[in-house]
Design a protein around this ligand. Structure first.
Ligand SMILES: [Zn+2]
Length: 382
């Protein structure tokens, strides 16, 4: 729980921020809004605003800790229950969170903490979603895809184009199954499996979708040598044999011939490799966010009540590559605040390092103080 003095201080900073910004959203009046306090991300919902001036007025008056809106568009977004809202369609959204990546660093630091590695890895995962799936496999163009920082430890990706608005929950779930690489059936890529033919034919790297990804990854790992092959689950003896016949095997797979080297139980062998690859190349997206057509998600450019960072809109993949949340999403640049801080890590923000601190009274720049207070690693000092 935040104490009252901290709540009042942060709320006043949040209010100043909402006074400064202009909110633009072409679907604003069709969206449902939900708001949260410092204890709960969405404590009430079913709000709507007919224009951005009214939304801004609400945000300045109330300075909520969290502001979420619906990727769905409704005839009457404030109506309840849900059935009375008149669902018109919904953006396709993806939520990527460092917490879903099961990183080694997360065994070293508390769940609430976000380190540089967490942020780097979730950024790569977001780039993978767009560059390996949304653009090549689904055919979305980059101007139909918008990206924003979540404000804490991840990114949100919104796809906006007519054909996807009407997709029902089941179709959205099928999209998440495809992208996550779960439920991929390797039999599909090896048409000769189970048939009495001599040659095992399979996918080529130039094939669209998962077939091409699997073939490309196998070739990459053959080129990577014995260790790389073992990393995709191939036992050392066979990895060595594949490595020795490298040129021949790669030439074969490049042309859809997976039988350039004799492998015992070859059908089962390559199916197992394909399965392992599909699981590792899949993207860690939160399935429930994508499939729930009534979900509320952080409104871009609003503040995150657990960090004080902004859910910054990022214009393009090349901007995402350069994006440093602990600098670009910082908004409280003025002044210093005294806190009593306690955490065993190093906080890197705006290029400076703070901590570790052991019950230390310290004067920090506002952005660092707010971040630590909202993460519950510091208290406002009196
Ligand atoms: Zn980490």
């Amino acid at each position: 729980m935040l104490d009252d003095a901290a709540k009042a201080m942060v709320t006043s900073l949040f209010r100043d921020y909402y006074e400064r910004i202009d909110i633009k959203d072409s679907h604003l009046k069709e969206r449902e809004f939900g708001f949260g306090d410092f204890e709960k991300k969405i404590s009430f919902r079913h709000y709507s605003f007919s224009n951005s001036a009214l939304l801004k007025k609400y945000l300045v008056e109330n300075a909520p800790a969290f502001i979420s809106y619906s990727p769905a568009f409704y005839q009457a977004p404030a109506a309840r229950p849900m059935e009375r809202k008149g669902w018109l369609g919904a953006e396709l959204v993806f939520d990527l969170d460092a917490g879903d990546l099961h990183l080694d660093c997360q065994k070293q630091h508390s769940k609430a903490w976000v380190c540089g590695n967490c942020l780097d890895k979730v950024k790569l995962e977001t780039i993978k979603l767009i560059e390996d799936f949304l653009i090549p496999d689904f055919g979305f163009s980059s101007n139909e895809i918008s990206i924003n920082f979540s404000g804490n430890r991840g990114y949100h990706v919104h796809v906006n184009c007519d054909p996807i608005y009407q997709l029902k929950s089941k179709s959205r779930e099928a999209i998440t199954d495809y992208i996550s690489g779960k439920k991929i059936d390797p039999d599909r890529f090896f048409p000769s499996i189970g048939k009495k033919v001599v040659k095992l034919s399979g996918p080529k790297p130039s094939d669209p979708g998962w077939g091409g990804k699997i073939a490309g990854e196998v070739i990459k790992n053959i080129n990577g040598g014995v260790d790389a092959l073992m990393a995709i689950g191939i036992e050392r003896k066979i990895a060595k044999a594949l490595d020795a016949k490298k040129a021949d095997v790669i030439f074969g797979i490049s042309n859809g011939n997976w039988d350039k080297m004799a492998i015992p139980k070859k059908d089962e062998f390559w199916k197992a490799v394909a399965l392992k690859i599909s699981q590792s190349l899949g993207c860690a997206i939160d399935k429930n966010v994508t499939k729930d057509i009534h979900h509320l998600i952080r409104m871009p450019e609003t503040l995150h009540g657990d960090t004080g960072l902004v859910g910054k809109i990022i214009g393009s993949i090349s901007e995402l590559e350069k994006f440093d949340p602990m600098r670009s999403a910082v908004v409280f640049n003025k002044g210093e605040i005294f806190v009593e801080a306690e955490f065993p890590y190093k906080l890197t923000i705006m290029g400076n390092e703070y901590g570790p601190y052991s019950k230390k009274r310290v004067e920090l720049p506002s952005y660092a103080a707010v971040y630590l207070i909202l993460k519950r690693f510091a208290k406002l000092a009196i």
